[in-house]
Unconditional design. Structure first.
Length: 91
């Protein structure tokens, strides 16, 4: 993985979501550059901008690990390359 990416997390709020997601990102050698989170009607929502470090696996391995973490936690955890995310959200 060689580009910044956007990680989104959505699901029922509970204690420890940020800690578990950040732990997984650290294990993948991804640095959190920016983070925004809120709770809306009991639903946790978070957007993170992350940057790979020297030991970060390839993008598909990162995606697979985050998908598995989301399933384990009962959350939607997705990652997109930042350039694609920006293109999708530009009018």
């Amino acid at each position: 993985m060689n580009t910044t990416a956007i990680v989104t997390v959505v699901g029922p709020d509970r204690v420890g979501i940020i800690a578990e997601i950040c732990r997984t990102l650290a294990e993948l050698d991804l640095n959190v550059l920016e983070i925004s989170q809120t709770i809306m009607s009991g639903m946790f929502t978070m957007i993170m901008r992350v940057q790979p470090c020297a030991g970060t696996p390839d993008f598909e391995a990162v995606r697979a690990r985050l998908d598995a973490k989301g399933e384990e936690m009962g959350l939607s955890v997705r990652i997109q390359r930042e350039d694609i995310f920006d293109a999708m959200h530009t009018v």
